[in-house]
Design a protein around this ligand. Structure first.
Ligand SMILES: [Zn+2]
Length: 249
């Protein structure tokens, strides 16, 4: 393994280690998930203190020691400060980060997902947009980029058209018609608009994927599906999602 490495990435987790150090997990363009120790970064006014905060995207210089990668220098490009000033936006953005981390592996490039995440974090700071819609869009699209996407064109079970009434089932893997929905305990009838929004999220160009708005009912149906779809894929509910459910749903 190289003794030094320069990476470009985003700090997706920040935890305190001992009295003065931080343990970081970066999502890097070329290297995927990278674990880094930031010595002394917990100290007030320390050189690495402000450049090692959660949501910091930038360039990082790392040295390899016996204990793993040690941060030498960090030059932020974007730190998404407005996210930290609003607890609700912070919660939605944290769900995005946790999802991205779960879907990232070590030593595997993740340029596409990182770009999607960075654009999503930018959108989360927009006052005029619903953070729930933005976070939901990221989660569905990030899952799709790893090959996990629900069927949304026809009934998963018998191939019939199913637009109105339409049902979604995580267990079945997507859209169901009325007949087939009876066989799935988790099937939920959805608004036609929810199906159209779901199709849009899965099929829109990267540059347009966040640029849509939906009414609250559709927004929450889409969120419920995304949350359950993610939970089934990971086989557990992520911590940030539990917090969102307790405080913002
Ligand atoms: Zn069917």
């Amino acid at each position: 393994m190289a003794a030094t490495m320069q990476v470009r990435g985003l700090i997706a987790r920040e935890t305190v280690q001992g009295e003065q150090d931080k343990r970081l997990i970066l999502i890097c363009v070329d290297q995927g998930r990278v674990y880094v120790s930031a010595k002394g970064a917990k100290k007030q006014g320390a050189r690495l203190s402000s450049s090692t905060q959660l949501f910091t995207y930038g360039d990082f210089w790392l040295n390899h020691a016996r204990s793993g990668w040690i941060l030498q220098e960090a030059v932020p490009i974007e730190q998404f400060y407005p996210i930290r000033q609003d607890p609700e936006r912070m919660a939605w953005a944290s769900w995005m980060l946790e999802t991205a981390l779960e879907l990232t592996v070590e030593e595997q490039e993740c340029n596409e997902m990182l770009r999607l995440l960075l654009r999503g974090l930018q959108m989360i700071t927009e006052e005029s947009l619903s953070p729930m819609t933005t976070a939901t869009t990221f989660v569905l699209r990030a899952l799709a980029s790893t090959g996990v996407r629900p069927e949304t064109e026809r009934c998963v079970s018998n191939g019939e058209r199913a637009e109105d009434p339409a049902y979604l089932s995580v267990e079945a893997g997507g859209l169901l018609c009325t007949d087939c929905a009876r066989h799935y305990a988790d099937a939920v009838r959805i608004q036609p608009g929810t199906l159209y929004a779901l199709r849009y999220v899965l099929n829109a160009d990267d540059s347009a994927v966040y640029k849509y708005q939906v009414e609250p009912r559709i927004r929450s149906e889409l969120f419920e599906f995304a949350a359950r779809f993610l939970t089934q894929y990971l086989q557990r509910e992520v911590r940030t999602l539990r917090y969102i459910r307790e405080c913002f749903c």
